[in-house]
Design a protein around this ligand. Structure first.
Ligand code: PLP
Length: 478
């Protein structure tokens, strides 16, 4: 069974458990977590963060190689974001965006519109990513209905892609194990192949997965298709980058059949790929962008749906309205956090830093290729993944059972023990995902490489494969 978050099974430490441990085990229901994994092991309790590092309740330091689930783009410990939030509380702690506005939501909407591609001028705030996706799917249906196309309800997404957990967003999510327990889902979710070219036969037309979208639209009947939703670089399955020309072809197909294009940038915006928005890196303009996470660097929960004028305009006229809302959408304290976060982005040119350093980061991970289970290293910006394979010649992956033993049983726990937080994920083929805060630099790349080298070399030995080079184990840190 696939899991979407790391299940670090740490060893019991000596001495009695902290009261926090007891309380966590008794009362806290962690998300996507096999709670029984902590029956005889410690819950990882993180108490403090600074830059690229976080500290657990014992004071042990970890390199946050996942920016706390692709979120803390500006890094931990940015007190100025907290100060901006406190200032906002002094002015106005909360008011809703249901029929009312307030300065932080207005300023933030204008600032986002200024950073987004031309024509994407209207911002609808949500509390997080699933709500942004859910809102986008509803907006697409409502837009088609306004245009007399009410039968357009289907959404085409990619296999193994994650688009969130609410019932609508889940119908776009292409991970069978996440869907099965909740079926029947909202009708309309259809799936097409993703762009994991590592497993394609040599010489295959790289644009075939784009053509598969057209085939699916024709199969479903274009008059029934509402939207295509995809991430600029697909996270689940391990940082699938688009082949050259993929996005241009997708845009063309959507235009040809009157289908709206949603760029799900819950992860791929706010510098993750070296631009404010992932679509800017691949040079396409979607009809809608969904975002969250790095918008506030996760100092406060917030998401947004950014609409092209073409989609928003019918809702701005006469009796038109988007009959949809969320109490906390545009929360002033979250909006203040986002504005302070974007000040940091601008001042420190975090997007420029990612562009300047992404090759160095990728080369560091590429250097692990001498380890016999390292199959493919891929991704863009500070958003990379290592696919692990049983056989490098045939590119055969591990079976579910082997993944369970290797990823959950060893790699996840060992990386955490060695002081690296990243994600060993088996939602498609087995991958290790890396997505550090955007302030990461040579020192952190070296540390990531060194810890991965030790753990993956040992993992390879466990499946009977020796690495030529001696493993370099990271020094334990206090
Ligand atoms: N879409 C994508 C691409 C995501 O990666 C995620 C979460 O990781 C979501 C949607 C859902 O976001 P949230 O967990 O904030 O609801």
């Amino acid at each position: 069974m696939a899991s979407t978050t790391p299940q670090y099974v740490t060893q019991d430490r000596e001495g009695s458990e902290s009261s926090l441990q007891e309380l966590a085990k008794r009362h806290l229901w962690m998300h996507f977590t096999r709670m029984s994994a902590y029956d005889d092991a410690e819950v990882p309790i993180l108490v403090r963060g600074e830059g690229c590092y976080v500290y657990d309740e014992h004071g042990k330091r970890y390199l946050d190689g996942l920016a706390a689930l692709f979120c803390v783009n500006a890094g931990h410990g940015r007190t100025e974001i907290g100060e901006a939030m406190a200032e906002q509380v002094k002015e106005l702690g909360f008011f809703t965006n249901w029929s009312y506005a307030h300065p932080p939501a207005i300023e933030l909407a204008a600032r986002i519109a200024g950073l987004a591609p031309d024509g994407m001028d209207r911002v609808f705030f949500t509390s997080g990513g699933s709500e942004a996706v859910e809102s986008a799917m509803k907006l697409c249906r409502a837009w088609h209905r306004m245009n007399g196309d009410g039968q357009r309800i289907k959404v085409i997404a990619r296999e193994i892609a994650y688009h969130g957990t609410t019932m609508g967003a889940l119908s776009a999510t292409g991970i069978t194990d996440l869907r099965k327990p909740f079926e029947p889902l909202t009708p309309g979710g259809c799936h097409v192949p993703n762009t994991n070219s590592y497993h394609w036969p040599e010489g295959r037309d790289p644009l075939w997965p784009a053509d598969a979208v057209e085939e699916r639209i024709l199969f479903e009947g274009p008059e029934t298709v509402s939207a295509v939703i995809m991430e600029p670089v697909q996270n689940a399955g391990g940082a699938f980058v688009p082949p050259e020309g993929y996005w241009q072809r997708i845009r063309e197909i959507c235009d040809k059949y009157g289908v709206l294009l949603i760029s799900d940038e819950v992860i791929c915006s706010w510098g993750r790929l070296g631009e404010y928005f992932g679509c800017q890196r691949y040079d396409y303009t979607p009809d809608l962008i969904t975002t969250a996470k790095g918008l506030t660097s996760a100092y406060a929960p917030m998401g947004a749906l950014i609409a092209h004028d073409k989609v928003a305009e019918p809702f701005m006229k006469g009796k038109g309205m988007f009959v949809h809302g969320l109490t906390f959408g545009g929360h002033p304290v979250s909006a203040a956090a986002a504005l302070a976060n974007l000040d940091i982005f601008e001042r420190e040119d975090l997007c420029g830093h990612v562009r300047a350093k992404e090759d160095e980061f990728k080369e560091k991970l590429d250097s692990l290729s001498d380890i016999p289970i390292v199959g493919d290293v891929r991704g863009a910006g500070f958003f990379l993944a290592i696919e692990l394979v049983k056989d490098r010649e045939t590119r055969e992956g591990f079976s579910d059972e082997e993944s369970e033993t290797l990823l959950r049983g060893f790699i996840s726990g060992a990386l955490y023990e060695q002081g690296l937080i990243c994600r060993a994920d088996d939602r498609g083929d087995a991958v290790i995902q890396l997505s550090p805060p955007l302030v990461a630099d040579t020192e952190q790349f070296d540390e990531i490489e060194s810890i991965l080298r030790g753990v993956l070399t040992e993992a390879a030995e466990k499946v009977g494969k020796q690495t030529d080079r001696r493993p370099v184990r990271a020094a334990p840190r206090g």
